[in-house]
Design a protein around this ligand. Structure first.
Ligand code: GLN
Length: 203
């Protein structure tokens, strides 16, 4: 019993894929929530994790590096077995099954169709408060940086957030969580906290 209690109360180990893109800000958000944040650069490091964040960056570059380092097949396999993965921005694109115009191999396990760079190719960043019911009543400050959007989602995908016009920008499918925006770029930790809840549910 005692070891079980100790095990339940140990900090969650959350990897952040650190091949390219944002690492430090995700780590800070996780640390504020008392989780352990670990930079992941080799596939063998995934075994010791409770969950993984795939950060924003450049999808094409990350997908090439994931192939070169041997992550693509592994992450596809473990995610299909229930390993929690949270993809933000480029991470959302890498988890989607359908990305028109993207010709590299990706993880491709989530039943969503995603359009890249939906708000233009230039420095098109904006912040907008979104009502996300799983996070409570207070609007969540969502930061978009050359962001994708979801064009379609199968019924098994739960849409968590939409833009005022109705475009879906965050969703969950079982152990998989995606956001088109960057939860690591706000001081509001509720989206990371929601991912930690998914990890607790899945473990
Ligand atoms: N526009 C990028 C892409 O399609 C994603 C941007 C981001 O992750 N901030 O790769």
């Amino acid at each position: 019993m005692e070891s079980e209690t100790t095990d339940m109360s140990r900090k969650k180990r959350v990897g952040i894929l650190a091949l390219q893109g944002a690492f430090a800000e995700h780590a800070l958000s996780l640390q504020k929530l008392e989780a352990e944040a670990i930079a992941i650069r080799q596939p063998h490091e995934v075994k010791r994790l409770d969950g993984l964040i795939i950060p924003g960056g450049e999808t094409t570059t990350i997908s090439y590096l994931m192939m070169a380092y041997g992550f693509t097949k592994l992450l596809k396999e473990v995610s299909l077995k229930g390993f929690p993965i949270f993809g933000t921005c480029a991470g959302m694109i890498l988890l989607a099954k359908n990305v028109p115009g993207l010709n590299t191999d990706t993880i491709g396990v989530m039943d969503i169709k995603v359009e890249r760079n939906s708000f233009g190719r230039q420095v098109n960043s904006f912040e907008i408060p979104l009502h996300i019911s799983v996070l409570g009543e207070v609007p969540y400050p969502a930061v978009f940086v050359r962001a994708p959007v979801m064009l379609e989602a199968k019924p098994e995908v739960q849409i968590l957030a939409t833009l005022p016009a109705g475009t879906p920008v965050a969703a969950r499918q079982g152990n998989l969580l995606v956001s088109a925006f960057h939860p690591e770029l706000t001081s509001d930790q509720r989206f990371h906290s929601y991912f930690l809840n998914i990890i607790a549910e899945c473990s």
